[in-house]
Design a protein around this ligand. Structure first.
Ligand code: GLC
Length: 479
């Protein structure tokens, strides 16, 4: 039986701040469904923000002390079985009983402790994985510690490491004064971690991992170029022989319009007329006119620049000349929050802005809208376009990263599953929106498109097979 340990800083339903949480909450289940000989477990911090009803169900396994440079810190281990996957939680209230997952002054120390604990607790939980699969900069040190400190010890010697980059923008960059004092590393490790005169944890993991993956094939190519690499293209170019892009999937049961209890009305591709009920209820809830034939365009996103919202601000007035309604759900930069609030004030009959991270409302919008606007400047994978498709809401996307890999324009020869534009400009975005709005008027053709995208397979199945194949090759030393 092959043993895999996922190391991550978030997982649905225990803690999530974005797509990473969705992936860690669903990929292990899919891997297991694909290969029942896998013993796959997940390890993550025990945050104070965890829902108390879940927290009460965890069982205490043991506690130990973990040393990090001159410190010795308490480390509790809890466990919980969820959807046939075993989760371990690293407990230390000083580090993890905070109001937020990240963005704390001592994130470097918090996640260094977590990564050290991951390696230290393996003998205690009696789980030495064949493959340790770590995700994003917060867990980069688990890969670095394995390579620089633990491989020399017999029981850790055969563990292979996989490191997945979910977004290269976040790298864990710190000053060198942290090397010994916080990261518990020495002068010999400098060359591994150094980048542009700083410690760069992501760069260290890129160098130390046996295998690197990112979350779409196109993003795997994009990050080799300075336009997308946030400075790391040289290092990635040197390591591209071990870099693979695998598209994320979505949990088809969690996002299932025919069973989703959060929706106003359930429907499937056989009953898309019932999607109209959800649309009318959504319009009522958001105090927009209940106009059945006015297309509702949704933006469900963090309100930050790389999501392409600068294009939306430029094109908004022109889009609003059409007979459309726009619904914006999300939180983020002050500039975008105030722009979209202002737009809703100026167009109360056409625009509704809700500045929240609200998963229930998000599902109701996915179901009730007609189109999803996702013009990201760069997008490693993106999940919203896949979720929208599952709910029969047609994506309008900029051709980048995972958006390009998942959505093809309806004007392509083979017929696509959305509206796309390749040049990152407000004009091109506007043209795509106008094409969508114009096609929407032809109810028969539009309904065919809605049915088609609902049937598109965005499940984890294919990607799970690709991960399993990589794990197998790695185990057989084929890299
Ligand atoms: C990050 C990326 C997003 C991706 C998600 C899950 O949030 O920005 O594109 O879908 O990780 O891999």
């Amino acid at each position: 039986m092959k043993k895999i340990l996922f190391v991550a800083s978030e997982a649905v339903p225990f803690a999530a701040s974005g797509g990473l949480g969705d992936v860690i909450g669903s990929l292990p289940v899919a891997l297991k469904a694909n290969d029942d000989k896998l013993d796959i477990r997940v390890i993550m911090p025990l945050y104070g923000t965890m829902d108390s009803s879940l927290r009460e169900q965890l069982s205490f396994v043991t506690s130990t002390q973990v040393s990090l440079s001159w410190r010795r810190q308490y480390c509790g281990v809890y466990t919980y079985e969820h959807r046939e996957v075993t989760y371990y939680f690293i407990d230390n209230e000083y580090y993890f009983k905070r109001s937020f997952l990240y963005g704390e002054f001592d994130d470097a120390e918090r996640f260094a402790f977590f990564c050290k604990a991951v390696l230290e607790v393996m003998p205690i939980i009696d789980f030495f994985p064949d493959i340790m699969h770590s995700h994003d900069w917060q867990t980069a040190l688990s890969v670095i510690y394995l390579q620089r400190k633990y491989r020399q010890k017999k029981r850790w010697a055969d563990i292979k490491s996989v490191f997945t980059i979910h977004n290269i923008q976040y790298q864990g960059i710190y000053g060198f004064e942290l090397l010994g004092d916080i990261f518990d590393l020495g002068a010999n490790d400098e060359i591994t971690l150094e980048y542009n005169g700083c410690i760069n944890l992501l760069k260290g993991a890129v160098v130390c991992a046996d295998l690197l993956t990112t979350v779409s094939p196109t993003y795997a190519k994009e990050i080799l170029s300075p336009k997308f690499s946030h400075g790391l293209h040289f290092v990635l170019e040197q390591n591209k022989g071990k870099l693979f892009g695998i598209l994320n999937g979505i949990d088809k049961e969690h996002y299932n319009p025919s069973r989703d209890k959060e929706l106003f009305a359930n429907y499937s591709f056989r009953s898309i007329d019932k999607k109209e009920v959800g649309k009318a209820e959504l319009q009522k809830l958001l105090e927009l006119p209940q106009s059945e034939r006015t297309p509702v365009l949704a933006i469900i996103s963090r309100l930050v620049e790389h999501k392409g919202l600068d294009l939306v601000t430029l094109a908004a007035e022109d889009i609003l000349k059409e007979d459309v309604q726009i619904v914006i759900l999300g939180k983020g930069d002050y500039y975008f929050e105030s722009f979209f609030s202002g737009l809703a004030e100026r167009y109360p009959e056409k625009v509704k802005t809700i500045l929240e991270f609200n998963t229930v409302l998000a599902k109701r919008i996915y179901a009730g809208a007609d189109m999803l606007l996702m013009p990201s400047k760069s997008e490693p994978c993106g999940l919203a376009q896949m979720i929208a498709s599952r709910y029969g809401t047609v994506p309008i996307i900029h051709e980048t990263g995972g958006l390009y890999d998942s959505i093809k324009d309806i004007d392509t020869e083979s017929g696509g599953n959305g509206f796309t534009f390749s040049i990152y400009s407000a004009w091109d975005l506007l043209c795509s929106v106008k094409r969508a709005v114009s096609l929407y008027k032809d109810t028969v053709v539009w309904n065919e498109l809605v049915k088609k995208i609902m049937l598109h397979d965005f499940s984890w199945k294919k990607s799970a097979c690709e991960y399993t194949a990589l794990y197998n090759k790695l185990k057989e030393d084929k890299f």
